[in-house]
Design a protein around this ligand. Structure first.
Ligand code: PMP
Length: 292
């Protein structure tokens, strides 16, 4: 992935993709002092760009550092890079991390770096599988207590348990894994939030120890616009027995129906399909909609 064509924005400059390198003694690499974002561009516009950039700043603040570029500067860099990469539909990955000026747990004076990469990434899950519903394993790792980890930050370190869980699921032939939290309540997938449907009502866990996804909030709004009732509450894993539909939401995953989670089975029902459609319409650039 480090030899693609094009450019990466790095600390205020556009550098050739293959030249966007950092030193092996980077604090972010050794101690996970890094925060990042995942965004998607549709038809030349990055969906909810400023919300994502604000979350990047907030994630850094939670980890105790300040990104030396304003939200407006990062937004502008993302937009310029998207054009420079010649892409209309793409994935956008901003990242900020502590540099390599000092080595050790403490890194008070290390430079805060920031970079943005943009590439083509059509579908997170296999498109054919997505329509039939993807299969999820139950993860062994649990989302930590917010007193154990800074769970509101989209921090690189929190993805260690996600990669472990996703790898374990993939090795058994599943697309992803569903994680419980430290209390044993349903939390989220390894890179997406989760929703269930029962008797026409949508249920989703309260995001008190994992990311309150931008897609999650968008889909809740879309569901309410359609007149669906959405309940945010504690969900215990045994309740999955009685749920009829299940779907994931995330920038990369968009709205992805789920057909099974461990021993539980779901159908790809009307509510999931309608929200998939509504989300596809919602992400389209406004000017294109107006021109139609
Ligand atoms: N949870 C995790 C662990 C994620 O990585 C993501 C993707 N950023 C989400 C939830 C969904 O967040 P969003 O809708 O903002 O992409």
């Amino acid at each position: 992935f480090d030899q693609l064509d094009g450019f990466i924005w790095m600390n205020g400059e556009f550098v050739k993709w293959a030249d966007a390198k950092i030193h092996v003694l980077t604090h972010g690499l050794h101690y996970a002092s890094a925060v990042f974002e995942g965004e998607r561009a549709y038809g030349g516009e990055i969906f909810k760009l400023t919300e994502h950039t604000e979350r990047l700043h907030e994630s850094a603040r939670i980890l105790g550092f300040k990104i030396p570029f304003s939200v407006a500067e990062i937004d502008d860099a993302c937009r310029t890079l998207l054009k420079k990469q010649g892409l209309a539909d793409a994935y956008v990955r901003p990242i900020a991390w502590r540099g390599s000026e000092m080595m050790g747990v403490s890194a008070q004076n290390n430079r805060i770096n920031c970079a943005i990469a943009i590439w083509q990434w059509p579908s997170y899950f296999d498109p054919a599988q997505k329509l039939k519903g993807i299969r999820l394993d139950m993860a062994e790792y649990r989302r930590p207590d917010p007193r154990t980890a800074p769970s509101k930050s989209k921090a690189a370190g929190l993805y260690m348990i996600c990669t472990l869980s996703k790898h374990a699921a993939e090795s058994k032939g599943y697309a992803d894994a569903l994680m419980l939290d430290w209390r044993g309540q349903v939390a989220e997938a390894t890179g997406a939030n989760v929703f269930f449907v029962k008797d026409g009502v949508i249920h989703t866990p309260k995001p008190d120890c994992f990311l309150d996804g931008i897609t999650r909030r968008t889909v809740i709004d879309l569901a309410k616009r359609r007149g669906y009732e959405v309940v945010e509450r504690v969900i215990m894993p045994e309740e999955m027995e009685g749920f009829e539909q299940c779907f994931l939401t995330g920038t990369a995953a968009e709205v992805t129906p789920v057909s099974e989670v461990g021993p539980y089975r779901f159908t790809v029902g009307e509510i999931a399909k309608n929200l998939m459609e509504d989300y596809s319409a919602e992400v389209q650039p406004r000017h294109a909609m107006a021109a139609e």
